[in-house]
Design a protein around this ligand. Sequence first.
Ligand SMILES: C[S@@+](CC[C@H](N)C(=O)[O-])C[C@H]1O[C@@H](n2cnc3c(N)ncnc32)[C@H](O)[C@@H]1O
Length: 327
Amino acid sequence: MIDFQPLYKQLATTRLHPWKGPLQKQLNTVFADKPHGKQVEWEAVLSELPALKSQYSDFTSDRITVGTKQEISKKEHRQLHQSLKKLQPWRKGPFELFGIVIDTEWHSDWKWNRIKDHIAPLKDKLVLDIGCGNGYHLWRMLGEQTKLTIGVDPSRLFLTQFALTKQLMSEQPPVHLLPLKDEDLPDFNNQGFDTVFSMGVLYHRKSPFEHLQRLKNFLRPDGELVIETLVVEGDKQTVLVPEERYAKMRNVWFLPSVEALKLWLKRLGFVDIKLIHINQTSVEEQRKTEWMDYESLADFLDPNDANLTIEGLPAPLRACLSCRKAS
Ligand SMILES: C[S@@+](CC[C@H](N)C(=O)[O-])C[C@H]1O[C@@H](n2cnc3c(N)ncnc32)[C@H](O)[C@@H]1O
């Protein structure tokens, strides 16, 4: 069970303090619900972890690093390696924990490097990352010296990977992962976050406008939204709705063009809408590794044409946009 008391204490010192009560209630409800089938197994990994703590961490380099190999014995190294292996698949990263390099399915560092210099500085800011996976980008945000960084993702495996990383630190930094869906988060009264990220989530939503509106509700006036999603080529009325699967995924609903997404954001009242980057995902950026040995991008593409998915649709093209909530 994760202890959220440090989060509640930190919230109390910020303008987000009215959020504390409703959030506490929401989290209690989630943990009272029927646990995930592997919950007990994952919690055991955390409780059986050797008592390793390090003062050394680096969140500013591509690999999230905690501890060094020199700080632990061979036996502890082996035990930690076993614990980490039990939490496979590791999709987002890379990480280096006490010298153990976790080469994840995604080069999440590439995504971060494409956007980090094109958004408002995060120093001393209150930051929310919706659909944060195992928290790789939360650590990178912390590396920019945020005041408080909160991630939201319903996956209990990702929560466990995040909790394990944090458990290895001797000091607990102001970064938290909430095992919730964005629609379960209590609302704000316009006193929200300085920056809200939603990366890789929009196309999974059946109601993209509702998702974008909710993201807006989480922001303070003038706050920045950073939205990254799958897109297609086309004009402002172009949107692809897959007949069934997209790149083998069942839960892909809307792939707008960049111009269509800009129009959606404008309709919802966002201003200063800018394209940060657009790029086709490569099999170097998303691939099978020792730490994620299921199928990956190469298996989702047409074997004869890497510009098409296995269903004959345009191959994954991703865009990242920034915009602001009008003041
Ligand atoms: C494609 S991954 C993106 C992870 C990360 N943001 C990144 O860009 O690498 C999408 C994530 O969204 C999470 N997710 C799905 N539905 C969600 C919801 N309703 N609220 C919050 N997160 C959600 C999934 O568990 C998954 O970890």
